[in-house]
Design a protein around this ligand. Structure first.
Ligand SMILES: [Zn+2]
Length: 103
């Protein structure tokens, strides 16, 4: 329930999709802006050279890296707890995943 990945695009479309890679998140990334039990879902961004994993996306509002236990895909909805933003995952210009604010 606390996973930032709130809604998969395939669930919304009612489609089957190839299985998503699962990720095991370490307990605590040291990100202390959220309660301890949620810390594994967020980490500080190290800047433009920071390579994001397939289960990670950068919050465009507060520049925190949001981490899910599942691979993210374009159209997924994620929630950024530190800034309380609802986001949609999109394919960025250079092929990486980005997040946009959902209104
Ligand atoms: Zn945020």
């Amino acid at each position: 329930m606390s996973d930032p990945l709130h809604e998969l695009v395939s669930e919304r479309a009612g489609q089957l999709e190839p299985p998503r890679q699962r990720f095991v998140l370490e307990d605590d990334t040291g990100f202390d802006e959220v309660p301890k039990k949620y810390r594994k879902f967020y980490r500080k961004w190290a800047g433009p050279d920071d390579r994001l994993a397939p289960n990670e996306v950068l919050c465009p509002v507060c520049k925190v890296v949001i981490r899910s236990t599942r691979e993210l895909r374009p159209g997924d909805r994620v929630y950024c707890m530190p800034c309380m933003s609802r986001l949609i995952v999109v394919q960025g210009a250079n092929g990486t995943l980005e997040a946009r604010v959902a209104y």
